[in-house]
Write a protein that binds this ligand. Structure first.
Ligand code: SF4
Length: 442
């Protein structure tokens, strides 16, 4: 009698942005289709794939640390396949295998679709595989029968970036912009909704460039959003990330007009000083940014805004840093992601003079974060007493507590029955904290 072939297990570890989360999900579907199962832990896996991000130097170091810790598992199970993907893989290539010799597979983001074949070759005892540069991308994965989808799903609509901001490695690692055909995106969105997703976030490094002339595929972003929003059963629609220089009035007008387009926008500012913005290559000034915020708030008065800010860009003076502080006080963002500038390989800012000392960058970051913490808390306090719609995503920290997100992306925790998981609930805000809200079922 033939022994049935053992199902092999894959475990995916994801670092970094939502695009990596999406890529990891798609890789999981592709591997399942090729007969792999998903392992519950690294210890029970035959293949561990670490999907990485190298936008920040700190993130890249964390990934190397993770790979080094996997050596013990590899010693116990020499047949274990260890792979690394994403931006660190693209950036480091074969050097990663020099640094982590027990690694079997290094795959850049443009070649993820080739992982099943590489894993087969490695399982058969083949030599290490390094894949980088632009490949054909993910093959179309048949969507039917894929099981329930998360109540809130990501959907990548474009990849790459043509903007070459002076501090950013993405254009070098993710390649030029390319848009997915609209029909393919709509089919995937419909499938997600049919499998239970109530919320979809359209993803891309710069979604507002979707379908730009010269892209491989894609049409108009405003049309795409409008058509996705019409999918029956889709209760919430979001998109990220947007570049402020690519924000036509027609897109602004969609807020408040498409009923399921949520009242939240992530609009990276990066700095409040025009000189620093120009040195960063952002191609907008503070006045343009502020004008856009005003137009958005006029179209949608309840719109919550989040942003990215970098402190200590080369040459940033104290006065220029204070312009960023003043920008935060003027716009009063709901939340910010703030970072100290760090040199990244290949980028233009690497060779700029006037590097700000580490302690000074740290001081500016701590000062900025303290100011924003107060603003965020005040914005949360303004919601106390209001009733918001929460998409219930999981259990909270305390027994009997649920956690969800309001339409403006704020986290809200409240007591409620487990049957509400995966549904929309109306919750009255009772308390405001710096990172979340507390409420009770309305
Ligand atoms: S727009 Fe600028 S910061 Fe954003 S991914 Fe492109 S180069 Fe990087």
């Amino acid at each position: 009698m033939e022994t049935p072939e053992k199902t092999r297990n894959l475990f995916i570890v994801t670092y970094g942005c939502q695009m990596n989360v999406y890529d990891s999900g798609r890789l999981g579907s592709l591997m399942r289709q090729r007969g792999w199962a998903m392992a519950e832990s690294q210890e029970s896996a035959d293949f561990i794939f670490v999907n990485t991000c190298s936008i920040r130097e700190k993130a890249a170091r964390r990934v190397i640390g993770h790979l080094k810790r996997l050596r013990a598992l590899k010693k116990k199970n020499p047949g274990l396949i260890l792979g690394v993907g994403g931006c660190v893989a693209e950036q480091e290539g074969r050097r990663l295998i020099d640094e982590v010799p027990w690694l079997n597979l290094v795959v850049g983001p443009g070649r993820l679709g080739e992982i099943p074949a590489a894993a087969e070759a490695l399982a058969a005892g083949g030599p290490p595989v390094v894949l980088s540069g632009q490949g054909p991308g993910f093959p179309e994965i048949p969507l039917a029968g894929a099981g329930p989808a998360p109540v809130s799903s990501f959907l990548t609509i474009m990849s790459g970036c043509d903007n070459y901001c002076a501090y950013c490695v993405v254009p070098y690692l993710r390649g030029p912009e390319s848009s997915r055909p609209k029909g393919e995106i709509l089919a995937e969105a419909r499938d997600l909704v049919s499998r239970g997703s109530m919320e979809i976030t359209l993803l891309g490094q710069n979604v507002n460039s979707y379908g730009r002339p010269g892209h491989r595929g894609g049409e108009d972003f405003v049309d795409l959003l409008t058509e996705v929003s019409r999918i029956p059963g889709l209760r919430r629609l979001r998109f990220t990330t947007s570049h402020p220089k690519d924000f036509p009035q027609a897109l602004v007008d969609l807020f408040g007009r498409l009923p399921n387009l949520c009242e939240h926008l992530h609009l990276p500012l990066q700095a409040g000083s025009d000189r620093v913005l120009a040195a960063m290559g952002r191609r907008y000034g503070w006045e343009r940014y502020l004008g856009l915020v005003a137009a958005l708030r006029e179209a949608c008065p309840g719109l919550a805004l989040s942003t990215d800010v970098i402190v200590g860009f080369p040459g940033e003076t104290e006065a220029e840093y204070l312009e960023t502080v003043s920008a935060l006080r003027t716009v009063r963002f709901d939340s910010i992601f703030s970072f100290k500038y760090s040199d990244r390989p290949m980028t233009a800012a690497n060779s700029l003079p006037g590097k700000v000392p580490e302690e000074e960058k740290q001081r500016r970051l701590a000062h900025l974060q303290a100011i924003q913490k107060t603003i965020t808390l005040e914005r949360h306090q303004a919601l106390v007493g209001k009733t918001v719609e929460a998409l219930v995503e999981g259990f909270g920290r305390h027994p009997g507590q649920l956690t969800g997100r309001a339409r403006d992306l704020k986290v809200i925790n409240f007591d409620g029955p487990a049957r509400l998981l995966g549904s929309l609930a109306m919750v009255t805000v009772t308390e405001a904290w710096p990172v979340s809200l507390i409420g009770r079922l309305a």
